[in-house]
Design a protein around this ligand. Structure first.
Ligand code: C2E
Ligand code: MG
Ligand code: MG
Length: 612
């Protein structure tokens, strides 16, 4: 039934704004009076005199039921039925029962009027049994006393209506959000060109598969495929031809896979297949089949026919290996790299020597350099401004760490942080960053006491019991307000150690610190967690923003993420804003804050005057 009465249109909350407004609302509600001719008009006059504006009269049971039906059809509820129970023409309590039996009127308040109180107490029982909401024993001369009964009945109806419309609102809000989530899930997890899973989605599926295989003691494999000539064809023949090639290759690969094997496109010219329940022999055989199928394929360009080949890496995942999904992906990619290095158009089976070589290549050199930098305090923070999009004022700076090498060159965090994380040096770095960030705030002049800092924490920060203590100690020692620190943690980190992270986040928030989920949108498995995760800001990952102007998919995603964020009461920060047009678009979409090279490059100091 449509919701049309005035009170239902006007009020969203259950509480009215004032007594007068409530009474006015009640007076506009619809009352149906059933009595003989004389009684009905006396009652109607009395109600009209009391201020009621929608009173309708009926004189027998059929008319009454017809009036109720007509009200249904016109979508204008009768809000209360008042009938004379002592009048045989209107049907007595049979009318009451007939109304109650109808599903649409089962909750309509019914006031039964007993003009003579000489029938003893039975009518009361009879009235309630028949479904009356209220029975009023009132002789004709006390008819004015009926008004409070009518008002009580109407209040009941109003409250029910409001509650119901609130429920409907909530239901549709929920449904809308579900649709939005599903849309996001699809866009974020699929490759638009081929319709295959993308890397994000594969990593999620792999994560579950790895756990399942370990539990069920079965092995599986990842086959990592890199096309050898894609970039040449893309450059020579153009992007449309490149897209055609990628589509053809995905079709070839798919035609050799079983239904439950998972094929995904993990980067521009790389595919990966996840196979559960296979062994080395099966996986190598399949990889060789795929290699040959691609090798046999000839791609027709505008003037040339190209031979296509692929380098393929195979990783066997044994249940006892205990590798994580991301490690497994890295290993299969490493094997693929070895296949390329050994001459292309080859299948290479991962073995631990590959790992050693690449691991040593990176870690061995880096560990002493990081240690030395820690010992000699050779780290720097640089500060990149974040503006509030309401007024373009700088409200915060993100602190970004740099390592200063022995020869004075600056090393970017993406180079040394992953090694530091693997080699157990990250806690010291996290603590260094926290201490220096708080000290930086402490040293700012009073006119910049409104400036805040966003501080990145590593994936492992929350496993360090010292962190909370150090934050408390530094804040107390410097007198810096905790509200001026926003910690940034990545979505992946938050989900990986959900309970532990959540507890620590709650402790730090209790101090007053704020939290932002960094790189938001890259790991959508966490969407459900997000609803409960105690963060204040979502930082949309830069990969959605850098091409925002030209990529309609990114635009849809960013819009949806902003909608979802706002619905969950989180503020939205966009990073990687590289030009004015992107900034304008983000404002239009409703983002709250922005950061990026267009707004300000990272500087090794916090400027006194705001940039731009
Ligand atoms: P992030 O937290 O997402 O930081 C943003 C990165 O994007 C920074 O790179 C920043 O310089 C860069 N960036 C900002 N605006 C633009 C832009 O308009 N275009 C482009 N292309 N890039 C932009 P940076 O400094 O190299 O940091 C990389 C990542 O290293 C950070 O990503 C963060 O995850 C990590 N990191 C940085 N500082 C720290 C730190 O103190 N502790 C920890 N644990 N991680 C850090
Ligand atoms: Mg960050
Ligand atoms: Mg980020």
């Amino acid at each position: 039934m449509a919701v049309t009465s005035d009170h239902r249109q006007s009020a969203n909350a259950l509480e009215p704004s004032s007594g007068a407004a409530l009474l006015a609302e009640i007076h506009r509600m619809r009352i149906l009076v059933a009595d003989n001719a004389e009684g009905a008009s006396a009652l109607a006059d009395m109600l009209t005199e009391s201020g009621f504006t929608h009173v309708q009269i009926t004189h027998n049971i059929d008319e009454t039921l017809d009036a109720l039906r007509a009200a249904d059809r016109s979508d204008e509820d009768i809000d209360l039925l008042l009938f004379n129970a002592a009048c045989p023409a209107v049907g007595g309590y049979d009318l009451c029962r007939a109304v109650r039996a109808h599903p649409a009127w089962s909750e309509t308040p019914i006031v039964a009027l007993q003009p003579r109180a000489d029938r003893g107490a039975d009518p009361l029982v009879e009235g309630f049994d028949a479904g009356a909401t209220d029975v009023a024993f009132l002789p004709q001369r006390r008819i004015q006393e009926l008004v409070p009964h009518v008002i009580a009945g109407l209040l009941l109806k109003r409250e029910r209506d409001l509650r119901r419309s609130r429920e409907t609102e909530l239901e549709s809000e929920l449904a809308e959000r579900k649709v939005m989530e599903a849309r996001l899930q699809y866009l974020v997890s699929h490759d638009e060109l081929t319709g295959l899973f993308n890397r994000r989605r594969l990593e999620q599926v792999l994560d579950t598969a790895v756990k399942r295989m370990q539990k069920q003691h079965i092995s599986g494999a990842i086959i990592y495929i890199d096309l050898d000539q894609f970039k040449i064809i893309n450059d020579l023949e153009g992007h449309a031809a490149g897209d055609r090639l990628l589509m053809s290759v995905s079709n070839i690969l798919r035609s050799h896979l079983k239904q439950h094997d998972i094929l995904s496109r993990v980067s521009s010219d790389e595919y990966a297949v996840l196979i559960e329940n296979t062994n080395e022999e099966g996986a190598m055989h399949l990889a060789e089949t795929l290699r040959r199928a691609i090798d046999n394929y000839h791609f027709s360009g505008s003037e040339h026919i190209y031979r296509i080949s692929a380098s393929i890496g195979v990783l066997i995942m044994h249940p006892e290996d205990e590798v994580s999904a991301s490690e497994a992906m890295a290993r299969s990619a490493q094997a693929c790299f070895e296949a390329k290095a050994h001459g292309r158009n080859l299948v290479h089976l991962f073995d631990h020597n590959d790992l050693e070589t690449s691991y040593l290549r990176t870690a061995v050199g880096w560990v002493p350099r990081i240690r030395e930098a820690l010992e000699n305090d050779r780290f720097r923070l640089v500060f990149q401004p974040i503006i509030d999009l309401k007024n373009d004022q700088v409200v915060s700076y993100e602190t970004l760490i740099r390592m200063v090498d022995a020869d004075g060159t600056l090393v970017a965090p993406n180079t040394f942080i992953p090694v530091a994380e693997r080699m157990g040096l990250i806690h010291e770095i996290d603590l260094w960053v926290v201490r220096h960030a708080i000290d930086t705030l402490h040293r700012l002049p009073p006119e910049q006491s409104h400036i805040c800092l966003n501080v990145n924490l590593s994936t492992h920060a929350f496993q360090d019991p010292q962190l909370l203590a150090i934050v408390c100690e530094r804040l107390a020692h410097t007198g810096v307000a905790a509200q001026r620190i926003t910690f940034e943690i990545t979505e992946t980190a938050a989900v990986a150690n959900y309970d532990q992270t959540r507890n620590m986040v709650n402790d730090l928030r209790a101090l007053g610190c704020r939290f932002a989920l960094d790189d938001f949108g890259t790991g959508f498995s966490s969407f459900n967690y997000l609803k409960q995760f105690p963060v204040d800001y979502l930082k949309l990952d830069g990969s959605f923003i850098s091409n925002l102007l030209h990529d309609p998919i990114d635009q849809r995603l960013v819009k949806s993420m902003i909608e979802v964020g706002l619905a969950l009461n989180k503020r939205i920060v966009a990073e990687f804003v590289e030009n004015a047009a992107t900034l304008a678009l983000l404002k239009e979409f409703g983002a709250d804050r922005a950061q990026g090279n267009h707004i300000g490059l990272p500087l090794d100091y916090i400027p006194a005057a705001r940039p731009g």
